[in-house]
Design a protein around this ligand. Sequence first.
Ligand code: HEC
Length: 158
Amino acid sequence: MRTRLFAAVAVLTLTTAGMALAAAALPKSKALAIMHERHEGMETIGKNFKALHRELDASSPNLNTIRSSARTIQTLSAKASHWFPQGTGPELGKTGAKPEIWQNPQDFVVKMRDFQAEARAFNAAARSSDLALIRAQSGDLGQACKACHDKYRTEMHH
Ligand code: HEC
């Protein structure tokens, strides 16, 4: 029991003393796979966001399209918490993720949670047939994307 406690303390000390060590512990292939998943996930979020706005701009919006996009965005927003482990920044490969993400982890997590809350709220609104509510919530969702992108994303030109 005592030795286990000591071991746990030693591990804790090591991780806090050297986040760089912890980052190096993520195998490169795993880190690259996460970066790929992140890119694909954000692309899909972007496509769905565009699709629902196309409907909201149309004279008679298709609620099924809006609802399906809202569901996809909410599902992916929940997964997005796992897309930014240490060691998946520009030091590893081409990415639009700025190093600031890992320099301000607490602020980044707040922005991530805001986004997840707005994605849930939008999904709930999309289930209603209240277009004014859906429009208002889509605006709030867009603000949550922008709040994170403005600070933590660089535009990549493919
Ligand atoms: C908490 C931060 C955060 C939130 C919230 C967020 N994004 Fe992103 N997004 C990023 C980062 C960082 C990248 C760059 C990822 C990369 O290149 O690895 C990105 C990239 C993208 C891309 C380009 C694809 C890519 O990987 O380069 C699109 C499109 C996108 N986001 C759309 C959205 C939309 C739409 C929302 C809201 C519905 C949103 N994002 C919410 C951080 C965020």
